[in-house]
Design a protein around this ligand. Structure first.
Ligand code: 5GP
Length: 118
């Protein structure tokens, strides 16, 4: 069984977070360490540790994550200028919290998608 992370506590509102959206499938809240004027995390309510663990039965929640990202981007006023959605998987991508999460970042120009540094 995968181990719960701090994000499960946020979903259950056991620890504080700036929750912007929650329904039966997903929760969205502001990142505690924002890397851009808008930095929101959108997560499935049930624990999926990494993208490698996704099953067909997760597809409804994953689709909802995308539509909630678009809705929140509109609400944040960044939809027209643009924004970036990021999902990190495992060590090479720098995944730190093992409950999959989509970063919604925007509010200024974000530069090249990937750093050229290795
Ligand atoms: P990762 O590197 O795993 O893709 O991103 C994890 C993100 O979760 C980071 O941007 C980090 O700032 C955020 N984060 C970690 N712990 C907490 C927390 O307790 N509350 C909130 N709101 N964000 C968190």
């Amino acid at each position: 069984m995968a181990e719960e992370t701090i994000f499960s506590k946020i979903i259950r509102r056991e620890i504080p977070a700036d929750i912007l959206f929650q329904d039966e499938l997903v929760t969205a809240f502001r990142d505690i360490s924002a890397q851009a004027p808008t930095h929101i995390l959108i997560i499935p309510n049930h624990l999926i540790p990494t993208i490698n663990d996704i099953k067909a039965s997760d597809e409804k929640a994953l689709g909802r994550m995308m539509s909630v990202a678009a809705k929140l981007a509109r609400e944040e006023g960044i939809a027209e200028d643009g924004y970036r959605l990021i999902l990190n998987c495992n060590e090479h991508a720098g995944q730190e919290v093992f409950h999959i999460h989509m970063h919604l970042v925007g509010g200024h120009s974000l530069g090249p998608m990937l750093s050229k540094k290795r």
